[in-house]
Design a protein around this ligand. Sequence first.
Ligand code: NAD
Length: 375
Amino acid sequence: MAGERNPPGWTRREALQSMALAGAAAAWSPRALGRGQRRIGVALAGLGHYSRDLLAPALQLTRHCRLAGLVTGSPDKLPEWQGRYGIPDRNVYSYDDLHRIADDPDIDVVYIVTPNHLHKPLALVAAAAGKHVWCEKPMAMDAAEGAEMLKACRDNRVQLAIGYRMQHEPNTRRFMAMAKERPYGRIVKLRADAGWFGWRDGADGAWRLDPARGGGAMYDMGVYCINAARYCTGMEPLAVQAWDETARRDLFKGVDETIRFRLEFPEDIVAECVTSFGRNLNTLQVDCERGWYGMSPFQGYEGNRGRASDGTVFEPQLGARPRMQAEQMDQDALAILENRGPRVPGEEGLADLRVVDAAFASARADGKRVEIAQG
Ligand code: NAD
């Protein structure tokens, strides 16, 4: 998916867009919020592509939260970020001194947007500091790490929400409802493909090609297939077979470029999936006894649209990026303000990681059927 790539810097267009969004946010009057409601203060941890181009601009559109802090290992980025978003020095942290955030009354949430190997360690520090944790997908490197994060958040009585933005998108929410309603009868088969073509000109030290930092297509895009297969069926898969079909072995050393996998669900439902860093893939289809429905794209930042066999059309919802991320963060902020669980809790990330663990085990054994641990 093009949106997942890492552009070199702020373009003029992005800068203007970001200034316009900041202006729109400034126009919000506190009176527009419910009486007594405050905005949730969010600290972004990791100031790369997704934070810079999607989440920070989206925070300017939210009604219930605001960008209140920065956590980074790259102090050189701070002048631009602090200037752009008006973040004072007292709300700025490095990864090493993040524990100090416990004493920062301006911050309610640490949103972890770093390479995947840092999700768990940063979540543990944030939770111990008494801050709610929002964490990007994949939740962690494996299910054991995910379980540790859940425990830490429970023990410290803070929320843990996973950044599965699609679960906040209305067409996707309709598909989730259809898992129960079954308007086309029993689900027979499902197909979910998610990928983007990367690295035409070499690796350039990219963490997405590094096994130690959580690289590979499965962690990055395969979790969209797994999550979609789970939310479209409303069930947990029982077993998986996976095949590593990496073609560019010179680039992909110890990480997967392409994995094809097959999930077995209860009721004999099968999900066929492909995830890749070598092909642009963005399709979801659900085949049922009496028809089908699908979306393509199904995990884009915008324009997610679909059709069904009876002529039903699912028009794109929410508008242009970064509306989906704004909706996600507003929902997660409301969950905190109203003291109820988030829409996409840590358990969702953990369930996907159980599938990822089993898929990697199967791929290592040339497609051997591996049963998936049940929660
Ligand atoms: P990125 O490479 O653009 O940014 C990563 C940031 O982490 C950089 O600011 C980098 O300086 C910092 N960092 C800290 N320690 C690092 C280390 N050891 N190696 C490399 N960078 C390090 O990545 P990104 O695209 O912003 O992705 C960050 C996270 O967000 C990932 O978990 C990714 O899966 C997730 N993400 C989610 C979506 C989505 O649609 N939900 C989209 C893109 C990325």
